[in-house]
Design a protein around this ligand. Structure first.
Ligand code: NAG
Ligand code: NAG
Ligand code: NAG
Ligand code: NAG
Ligand code: NAG
Ligand code: NAG
Ligand code: NAG
Ligand code: NAG
Ligand code: NAG
Length: 504
């Protein structure tokens, strides 16, 4: 039952971990502080923020709400209309969570009464109020958008008023419990550099940041976070020599076994109010080890490929971001003048990865067309970000996996993203109308790329670019996080998925 022992013994089976023995403490090159904004990791304790409920935002009538709106149309949320065909019931096994008195936990997480219905009922009552408040705002056609904080000439939101209300409800109520079991580097840590850094940044922000969304009392939580890092598992317990990935499966099922034996929360919801988060390509595969994790839990994934079982109703698409050296390039962050000259029609540079890029490069690389800047590798002396800043459109084709860090980079550079992917569920598409700030080109239309982009009028382009400027704040990665930024948008997506579940 001792989780520490489990993780050590499973780690020992690979040579890799032994080489990198306990890098967290020894400060090996793998360890970096890029995840932390301040040197002190502070465990946060709770504040309840009381937001002024009178802050209302208005919106002209709009039918489309968030993606799951059909479930919200009933006056009382009815879980048979929700996403889970099976009714989720609370177990009454109070004994089940008895934790040994010699628990190594730092904080008192001993739970005596998971079966205490009133606790769950209190939570569910709060969620029911939140759903009702969001629904009321969403369906009010007489509302006037002028008091919404999201006034833009381009309406990038499916329903700005509903989103705002949902966000306020989240701020008032939403609480996340993070399991303490397990040890870094596989758990409670993640990469904060390079292309998988969305994973490490989120884990670290939630665990060591000062977010008010975390609760130390699991009884108060709406969702439970399984804070393991698939990317770290690939680094430490996957042996590239044998290419045997089964250690990842064992680790994850062990982890779930430990938390579901020790606490009652997993069994209570069959995992439906639990979430994992990973940016690694293999994360969808790794989650297959548990059918409850795969089929019930909220999986927050960069690899949001519907062909690999990503379910947009319960899973969350995580933006991918490439933090070279742990930071967003200063070039991208410098505010651009509105009329920054964009001399190229379209830009792309990247390796021939995955199924789509070979087609793209075959048609557009080295074609001697000055408008179309498509490179495999940028020639020496040319700068990637400068190209983004000087182009009207930036191509974001899928690589080995559906997500591309170029989408976020393009938004930062105010270059209109051109999404070329199959089966990709775009991040936050429950909130945004992506068509207002990006262009989608299907794979079969790659040969017509220039024709398609050239046919976008100046006026249409101006609107798209304004949309990009409006959505930028939601893709910023601040340290510490700010309201409505990427960290909070990810949380908000999880919050929306939790609203789809009702515990009874
Ligand atoms: C949910 O809605 C369905 C269809 O409207 C209805 O038959 C059922 O009784 C409702 N269930 C609950 C728990 O309200
Ligand atoms: C807890 O620790 C005490 C003293 O170290 C030991 O006697 C006891 O058996 C332990 N209990 C359990 C359940 O491990
Ligand atoms: C639930 O917990 C509360 C607070 O801990 C307690 O007052 C109440 O009696 C419990 N209810 C039941 C049914 O055990
Ligand atoms: C709709 O919004 C308007 C303006 O805020 C408000 O006066 C009205 O009461 C709302 N209607 C409903 C049904 O909530
Ligand atoms: C919204 O309210 C403002 C001022 O309160 C008013 O000028 C405007 O015409 C209203 N718009 C609509 C669509 O009702
Ligand atoms: C992978 O490793 C596991 C245990 O280490 C073993 O049971 C399994 O047979 C291996 N699979 C392959 C394909 O070698
Ligand atoms: C949860 O269910 C599993 C499998 O059914 C069981 O082994 C475990 O003891 C249960 N956990 C609790 C806390 O009851
Ligand atoms: C998910 O559920 C479906 C239908 O019940 C089942 O066929 C499938 O095997 C499950 N997936 C996993 C990974 O267990
Ligand atoms: C998405 O999943 C399908 C099915 O596994 C696969 O064929 C396709 O290559 C994936 N897309 C990407 C970009 O990885």
């Amino acid at each position: 039952m001792d989780y520490k022992k489990r993780s050590t013994s499973s780690s020992k089976s690979t040579s890799k971990l032994q080489r990198e023995e306990n890098p967290w403490i020894l400060g090996s090159p793998e360890m970096d502080n890029s995840c932390r904004s301040s040197s002190l990791p502070i465990l946060c304790f709770l504040f309840f923020l009381f937001f002024n409920l009178l802050i209302l935002c208005f919106q002209d009538g709009m039918n489309t709400v968030l993606v799951i709106s059909t479930s919200w149309e009933n006056s009382d949320f009815n879980s048979t209309h929700g996403l889970f065909r099976t009714q989720i019931t609370t177990s009454h096994e109070a004994r089940a969570v008895a934790v040994s008195e010699n628990s190594t936990q730092k904080t008192p997480t001993i739970i005596n009464e998971v079966g205490n219905l009133s606790e769950v009922q209190v939570l569910e009552k709060g969620l029911a109020r939140a759903r009702a408040a969001i629904r009321a705002v969403a369906s009010n056609r007489t509302r006037n958008a002028s008091s919404s904080p999201f006034i833009n000439t381009v309406d990038i939101y499916r329903n700005a008023a509903a989103f705002h209300q949902s966000y306020l409800e989240m701020e008032r109520r939403f609480k996340v419990f993070v399991y303490e079991e397990g040890e870094p580097p596989l758990v409670h840590d993640g990469p904060c550099k390079s292309i998988y850094s969305s994973e490490g940044r989120f884990i670290n922000e939630l665990e060591f940041g000062e977010t008010v969304f975390r609760t130390m009392d699991p009884q108060q939580a709406h969702v439970y976070f399984l804070p393991f890092s698939v990317t770290k598992m690939v680094t430490y317990i996957y042996d590239p020599k044998t290419r045997n990935r089964s250690t990842l499966h064992s680790f994850i099922s062990d982890y779930i076994h430990v938390v579901s034996s020790k606490y009652g929360f997993w069994n209570r919801s069959q995992g439906a109010d639990h979430f994992m988060l990973s940016c690694h390509d293999w994360a969808p595969w790794a989650s297959e080890t548990s059918s409850q994790l795969y089929n019930n839990s909220i999986r927050v994934l960069c690899n949001a490929n519907t062909s690999e079982g990503f379910d947009p109703r319960k899973d969350v698409s995580l933006p991918e971001i490439n933090l070279i050296g742990g930071h967003i390039s200063q070039k991208l962050l410098t505010a651009l003048p509105e009329a920054y000259p964009r001399s190229f029609l379209v830009f792309f540079a990247g390796g021939v990865h995955g199924p789509i890029r070979p087609i793209l490069l075959q048609h557009w690389k080295d074609k001697g067309d000055n408008d179309i800047r498509v490179y495999e590798y940028l020639p020496k002396g040319l700068d990637y970000y400068s190209f983004m800043l000087q182009s009207k459109f930036c191509l974001c084709p899928s690589g080995y996996e559906v997500a591309s860090p170029r989408i976020v980079e393009a938004i930062h550079a105010e270059c209109v993203p051109v999404i070329i992917s199959d089966y990709y569920v775009l991040p936050f598409s429950d909130v945004f109308r992506w068509e207002k700030f990006s262009v989608e080109v299907s794979v079969v239309d790659i040969p017509r790329l220039k024709e398609i982009l050239s046919s976008i009028s100046e006026e249409e382009y101006r609107m798209l670019k304004e949309g990009v400027r409006a959505v930028k704040m939601h893709f910023m990665l601040n340290q510490p996080p700010k309201r409505f930024d990427m960290f909070h948008m990810i949380l908000h997506s999880i919050w929306l998925r939790r609203l789809n579940v009702r515990l009874q």
